[in-house]
Design a protein around this ligand. Structure first.
Ligand code: 5GP
Length: 202
């Protein structure tokens, strides 16, 4: 069962800050860090895999999960529903495994309220608003109207960073992953996370 509880690392960022790539890289390269796979009603984008990037579900399936209390938090982002499945999180906490959640600001608030000191919140921003705009347009997966909407949303989301524990300015993907690794490793060493009754020397 391990000597400590698991940690929930919540990563939020204005859309286009490179958060999706960062969280993918982090899960791949930081040993023992797993991704929480959200449920969503939005359509898969090019290159996304069901069960890996998201559980892509219908409105009806989403509603049923919500009613059965299988989601710890849900959010309406743009025109779709998103939700974090409860069971995998709680199992990870008990088993001392660490999970990375790529969720929006409201989701981060809900998770922090529910799981208290088991949660570490990390906010990622691009170096400037102009950079964010360039990245969003370069992605080219969306219509102009959607880009404009995401930019507006990004401005609003950005203002939430003071609620977070850590801020990573993402100008270089490699460096950003290493910064996130430093956060993960330091949080894992906290004495306050050791299980009650645990003694390092027996
Ligand atoms: P996208 O559609 O670009 O993958 O995600 C849109 C936004 O929804 C992002 O800010 C992402 O972090 C957020 N999101 C994804 N899954 C969840 C979730 O389960 N809960 C919440 N609250 N937000 C989520």
């Amino acid at each position: 069962m391990g000597m400590r509880r698991g940690i929930l690392f919540v990563l939020s960022a204005p859309s286009g800050a490179g958060k999706t790539t960062l969280s993918r890289e982090a899960v791949e390269r930081i040993a023992g860090l797993e991704a929480s796979v959200s449920a969503t009603t939005r359509a898969p984008r090019r290159g996304e895999t069901n069960g890996v990037d998201y559980h892509f579900v219908t409105d009806e399936e989403f509603r049923r999960s919500m009613e059965n209390n299988e989601l710890v938090e849900t959010a309406r982002v743009f025109d779709a529903w998103y939700g974090t499945p409860r069971a995998p999180l709680e199992r990870a906490l008990l088993e001392g495994r660490d999970v990375l959640l790529d969720i929006d600001v409201n989701g981060a608030r809900a998770i922090a309220q529910l799981y208290g000191s088991d949660v570490v919140r990390v906010f990622v921003i691009p170096p400037s608003f102009a950079d964010l705009e360039a990245r969003l347009r370069k992605r080219g997966t969306e219509e102009e109207a959607a880009v404009t909407r995401r930019l507006k949303q990004a401005r609003e989301e950005y203002s939430a960073y003071p609620e977070y524990d850590y801020l990573i300015i993402n100008s270089d993907q490699e460096v950003a992953v290493e910064k996130l690794r430093a956060v993960v490793e330091a949080e894992r060493l906290k004495v306050s996370r050791l299980k009650q009754g645990f003694t390092p020397w027996t």
